[in-house]
Design a binder for this molecule. Structure first.
Ligand code: AMP
Ligand code: MG
Length: 347
């Protein structure tokens, strides 16, 4: 398999945000959380407000990271242990809307975005900080988990208690945690009266307002490295990418990545990366994962999820975009790559 196409939304050339010719109105701050860096770019914010924003966001995201961790002990592992035992479990007030949100998005994606397949992700060895497992799991074990059909629809609340009708359900919120976290951070900035900002979690990001007298501009990395294109992002919009290259291992000449197709139990095939421009970060994050899983059939899933701006790169490196994305891509190269325009189907 060829090198997985690398595509990441990233803050366009950090030089854009720093450097000697930078007006003093832009502040950049980095915090480490989610096992990645979260960059905050704040426009026209005074020192005290910036310091407060950083403190609050660091606290919020750190808390979310602990509570939602799929394998380090926290609220999610406690819930998962109970679900596996077929027991109902008390869920924190803050967790209920998260799970309900995840369930709605899962349903709308035809369960391609399926946070109930934690067991499959673990079976593939991706529930580890540095995955030790370097061989694919036995086919029978994969087939048994697929046959159990774990899905978010198996979950039901009775007051604050959560119960699963299906003991195969194990929650893994990894496919929309960043989006949810970025939304929380954006909400905090708004609460502090900050109107112009970008929250960038390792290339997945959302913006508020503008960067001075122009829109925020972010880059999309080319499959072979370097920048492929830039896009301007309007107030409240987010950009999320799912890429097979983010976590993977190689065995006997085949690469196995971390985004699992719940229909087969194997790493999704067809696409190397999907970038979605949306508004709500959690939704865009879930959508990027769902479309990556959908593979070549991604336009149908995009339509079902109401996503209109998509860039997909297939395993051969070919680019496809919806008209809503193609209109916005500003290719940086003199000779831009071929881009297939894919209108969304009627359903
Ligand atoms: P993302 O990078 O947002 O696409 O999220 C990928 C992560 O979500 C993986 O590392 C798994 O923890 C989890 N995951 C894998 N496959 C799926 C899936 N089909 N639906 C939901 N979450 C998934
Ligand atoms: Mg995602």
């Amino acid at each position: 398999m060829r090198q997985a196409a690398a595509l990441l939304g990233l803050a366009l050339l950090s030089g854009l945000f720093s450097g000697c010719d930078e007006p003093p109105r832009l502040r950049e701050e980095r915090i480490q959380v989610f096992g990645t860096w979260v960059d905050l770019a704040l426009w026209g914010v005074d020192d005290a407000t910036a310091a407060r924003a950083i403190r609050v966001i660091q606290g919020d995201l750190g808390d979310l990271h602990t509570r939602w961790h799929a394998w380090q002990p926290g609220e999610l592992t406690r819930i998962n242990a109970a679900l596996a035992a077929g027991e109902s479990v008390d869920v924190a007030d803050s967790m209920r809307p998260v799970l309900e949100r995840a369930r709605t998005l899962s349903l709308r994606s035809g369960d391609l975005f399926n946070p109930a397949i934690g067991r499959l992700v673990a079976l593939w060895g991706f529930h580890a900080d540095a995955p030790a497992k370097r061989v694919p799991p036995p086919a029978e074990a994969i087939d048994a988990l697929v046959a159990a059909v774990p899905k978010m629809g198996d979950l039901a609340f009775d007051g604050s208690r959560l119960l699963s009708r299906n003991p195969a359900v194990q929650l893994d919120l990894g496919a929309f945690a960043k989006g949810y976290g970025v939304d929380i951070a954006i909400g905090r900035l708004q609460d502090l009266g900050i109107r112009d900002a970008m929250v960038n979690a390792g290339g997945d990001l959302r913006v508020l307002g503008r960067r001075g007298d122009r829109d925020w501009r972010v880059g999309i990395r080319a499959p072979a490295g370097g920048l492929l294109a830039a896009v301007e992002i309007a107030d409240g919009e987010s950009v999320f990418t799912s890429g097979t290259y983010e976590r993977q291992f190689e065995h006997a000449g085949t690469r196995y990545h971390h985004i699992i197709d719940p229909r087969t139990g194997y790493p999704a095939r067809g696409l190397s990366s999907v970038t979605v421009i949306g508004r709500d970060g959690a939704e865009a994050d879930a959508a990027a994962t769902a479309l990556l899983v959908a593979g070549r059939d991604w336009p149908r899933t995009a339509r079902a999820l109401g996503v209109t701006a998509v860039l997909a790169i297939d395993e051969q490196g070919a680019l496809q975009a919806t008209p809503g994305m193609a209109d916005r891509l500003q290719f940086l190269d003199q000779s831009p790559p071929a881009l297939g325009i894919v209108p969304l189907p009627e359903i």
